[in-house]
Ligand binder design. Sequence first.
Ligand SMILES: [Zn+2]
Length: 117
Amino acid sequence: MSDDAIRRDLLAERERTTAQIADLGRQFDAIVGSAEFDSVDDEHDPDGATIGFERAQTAALLDGARHHLAEVDRALERLVAGTYGVCEQCGDVIAPERLAARPATTTCIRCATRLNN
Ligand SMILES: [Zn+2]
């Protein structure tokens, strides 16, 4: 894949992720807002527990999306620096199939597996 094609992919990914963050942010605000209006008691009100769960879940998704956005930005920087497609951990070339599936990845499959364990 050419650098231009990769950049296009990454910019599209960036746009999707930014939209997702905005979406999740609105969801999160809505959950927090509804909790405030009901002045729920997380422990005794079953709805409160659900809201607490939704809030935690949305916060986790939001965290993940923000992390992913940072990853995409780093991938774009790496593209400019000429280090795109090289594993940050071991310096090996990242398999093209892996980059095609996850354009923003910064590690080869071996290191990714190792880091997750
Ligand atoms: Zn590696």
